[in-house]
Design a protein around this ligand. Structure first.
Ligand SMILES: NC(=O)c1ccc[n+]([C@@H]2O[C@H](COP(=O)([O-])OP(=O)(O)OC[C@H]3O[C@@H](n4cnc5c(N)ncnc54)[C@H](O)[C@@H]3O)[C@@H](O)[C@H]2O)c1
Length: 259
């Protein structure tokens, strides 16, 4: 049996292929879905369609719209634009980080991160729910920071809260045939991780059994699976896409030390 091959990756902490503006996970997901024939409504803060979404080829279609996920009225406008149609999927991908430590983080910072990472996802689910139908699928993009302790307090606690929202939505929407799952990326090369302090990249890769960073495309592949009917009985799952980072419970450094 021949299996489809995934993208090729170097092992080791190479600095090649580092992400940055335009290589976010949301764009990779939109590209992949269009390639697979989906009609994708891509939303982002920018008034202009993002460069990386221009000139997409594929049997599908991309419709771009400016939307701030924290603004209920903007979700309502999107729902009105889609009125009369049905939505097969929703990916709650928008997220921000804030890296202050326990002693420094302010309530304002905590609220802002929650507003985007938690309330943004809640508003999307609430305002689009009337367009979902039996077989629809929602994917929430969490983080390995929501699966264990992590150093940025606001970000970590927001991703744990998003897991709670994921499981509540799974329980409430399941009877209507709507699936809700979450994906927890590890260290992925994007603008978000490019903004981290020196040392973070190497330290994160050192905790990752596969010994390298992941790409936006590798996350997008799992999102596509969760949106598709190939995952028709997968519901309430929390899937790490992290090269094994969260699998060893901190034992990797011990294993490495004893080699
Ligand atoms: N890069 C990583 O290593 C990593 C790891 C774990 C989880 N994640 C999560 O993956 C998701 C995608 O992040 P990314 O790595 O592509 O980083 P990114 O910074 O490239 O993308 C985040 C996107 O969210 C958008 N956004 C922020 N606030 C918004 C708002 N109010 N309304 C609409 N859009 C808004 C930004 O414009 C940006 O396009 C995020 O939820 C992030 O927390 C990333």
């Amino acid at each position: 049996m021949e299996l489809p091959s995934g993208p090729k990756h170097e092992s080791g902490p190479s600095r090649e292929n580092r992400g940055g503006d335009g290589q976010g996970q949301g764009s990779a997901e939109a590209r992949l879905l269009v390639e697979h024939g989906c009609r994708v409504f891509a939303v982002a803060l920018s008034a202009q369609v993002l460069d990386e979404l221009l000139g997409l080829s594929g049997p599908g279609q991309l419709i771009y719209r400016q939307l701030d996920v924290t603004q209920r009225a903007q979700w309502e406008e999107l729902a009105a634009q889609l009125d009369g149609g049905t939505l097969h999927g929703l990916v709650n991908n928008a997220g921000i980080t804030q890296r202050d430590r326990l002693a420094e983080v302010s309530l304002e910072q905590l609220h802002r991160v929650y507003e985007v990472n938690v309330a943004g996802a809640l508003l999307g689910i609430q305002e689009l729910s009337s367009l979902f139908t039996r077989g629809s699928s929602i994917v929430n993009i969490g983080s390995v920071a929501g699966l264990s302790a992590h150093y940025p307090v606001a970000y970590t606690t927001s991703k744990w809260a998003l897991r709670g929202l994921n499981q509540v939505a799974c329980m409430e929407l399941g009877p209507a045939g709507i699936r809700v799952n979450s994906v927890h990326p590890g260290f992925i090369e994007t603008a978000m991780t490019n903004g981290a302090k020196t040392g973070f990249r190497e330290a994160a890769i050192a905790e990752t059994p596969l010994g390298r960073a992941g790409s936006s495309e590798e996350v997008a592949n799992v999102v596509l699976f969760l949106l598709s009917n190939l995952s028709s009985f997968v519901n309430g799952a929390e899937i790490p896409v992290d090269g094994g980072q969260t699998s060893h419970g901190g034992a990797k450094s011990i294993s490495d030390a004893l080699k």
